[in-house]
Design a protein around this ligand. Structure first.
Ligand code: 5RP
Length: 388
């Protein structure tokens, strides 16, 4: 393996124990201001030192992460569709290798949508990205996005993970499922598990534990950390499992202890807020002995009141949310993707209807392949990627 590639990979999967704790904050690339990630800078700041690497977009990296950090960045380079658009699986590569290098990315990340309308496009894009990234020793993390109807079972995830690895991905991110060992065993590169939607803290710790026990190198966890009431306590508990070999009970106790300390501190700081200067008699007038500090606005007579003549910019703007579906209405963390959308399959011809039965004269290809999902199911449902 090339030195650069090996070095970058070792920043993500720690060679000491071959484990990885990645914090995912890339959700805005198709979800916009995701609940509790509205202000990425505020969220990332306290968590940064507790994760091994941070998965994010270039916009958030530039705007919300200090360039002095030592935490390696896993840069999402794919995107293009939103949660309210036509088809979430229609993604392309949106970031150039040059920009990824400028951002000192330790790895590039992109999604593939196996079984979706855009399967071909996303899988070919992965192959191309791996080839391009290889020129610079940049590892690629492939995210196997899942479709609601396709489910998250071991047969489907094995197929998607294996395809990603075959295209040259260095790490594959996928979802935990029953019989997850099978997914891990049939994937020749390390697997990292996505946290998924917010669940109770103990359950998220159990998922972390089960994933590692089944052979994953770690977790790439987002909502279950920063949507927790106590994100730092939660990431420390996850870390205790990933790098400290803690069991779930021990990790959950740690979470509870840290969470209660956090609550007390918050309470305390709230209680002390009204008169913060009460016991600081020397601070009240900080300018008292600084007679030479000029009134900074004194000599700027021409600076107009910037708001005075500005039209109220919101006055004539339509309420942008007025006609938008309430994305969070029915699901705590996930907008109802189908609520206001026409049934996209309604007027679509049954895609299999007029297709010749391609398997008619073919030998039964599934006979000895227990892990192959039934690709000939009538009306293969349109996958609605259900990552969030
Ligand atoms: C989006 C992603 C997310 O980073 C991934 O889903 C991990 O975040 P979470 O733990 O919230 O599921 O890759 O495509």
């Amino acid at each position: 393996m090339d030195w650069g590639l090996e070095n970058r990979l070792s920043r993500i999967i720690k060679p000491q124990d071959n484990r990885a704790l990645m914090l995912a904050v890339d959700h805005g690339y198709f979800l916009g201001p995701t609940e509790k990630l509205e202000n990425p800078k505020k969220v990332i700041g306290p968590l940064l030192k507790h994760c091994d690497s941070l998965m994010l977009t270039r916009g958030v990296q530039r705007s919300s992460v200090s360039a002095t950090t030592e935490t390696p960045m896993v840069l999402r380079v794919s995107g293009g569709s939103s949660i309210i658009g036509d088809d979430l699986s229609q993604e392309d590569i949106t970031v150039s290798i040059e920009d990824a290098i400028r951002l000192n990315a330790s790895a590039l990340a992109m999604s593939i949508f196996v079984g979706s309308k855009y399967e071909y496009q996303t899988v070919v894009n992965l192959g191309k990205l791996v080839s391009e990234a290889a020129k610079y020793g940049l590892p690629v993390l492939a995210v196997t996005a899942v479709g609601k109807e396709l489910g998250k079972d071991a047969r489907y995830l094995s197929l998607a993970c294996r395809m990603a690895a075959e295209q040259g991905a260095h790490i594959v991110k996928t979802y935990y499922c029953e019989n997850f060992e099978k997914v891990v065993q049939s994937c020749p590169v390390p697997i990292i598990v996505a946290g998924g939607k917010k669940i109770p803290e103990r359950d998220a710790l159990q998922l972390t534990y089960n994933s590692i026990k089944a052979g994953a190198v770690g977790v790439d966890i987002g909502r279950n950390v920063w949507q927790s009431e106590h994100p730092v306590a939660m990431i420390k508990a996850v870390r205790a499992i990933v790098h400290g070999n803690s069991n779930v009970d021990k990790a959950f106790k740690l979470y509870q202890k840290l969470a209660s300390e956090d609550s007390k501190n918050t309470q305390k700081s709230k209680g002390n807020k009204p008169n913060q200067n009460k016991n600081k008699p020397n601070k009240p007038n900080q300018n008292k002995n600084k007679p030479n500090k000029p009134n900074q606005n004194k000599n700027k007579p021409n600076k107009p009141n910037q708001n005075k003549n500005k039209p109220n910019q919101n006055k004539n703007k339509p309420n942008q949310n007025k006609n938008k579906p309430n994305q969070n209405k029915n699901k705590s963390n996930k907008p109802n993707q189908n609520k206001n959308k026409p049934n996209q399959n309604k007027n679509k011809p049954n895609q299999n209807k007029n297709k010749p039965n391609q398997n008619k004269n073919k030998p039964n290809q599934n006979k000895n392949k227990p892990n192959k999902p039934n690709q000939n199911k009538p009306n293969t449902p349109k996958p609605t990627p259900a990552k969030k």
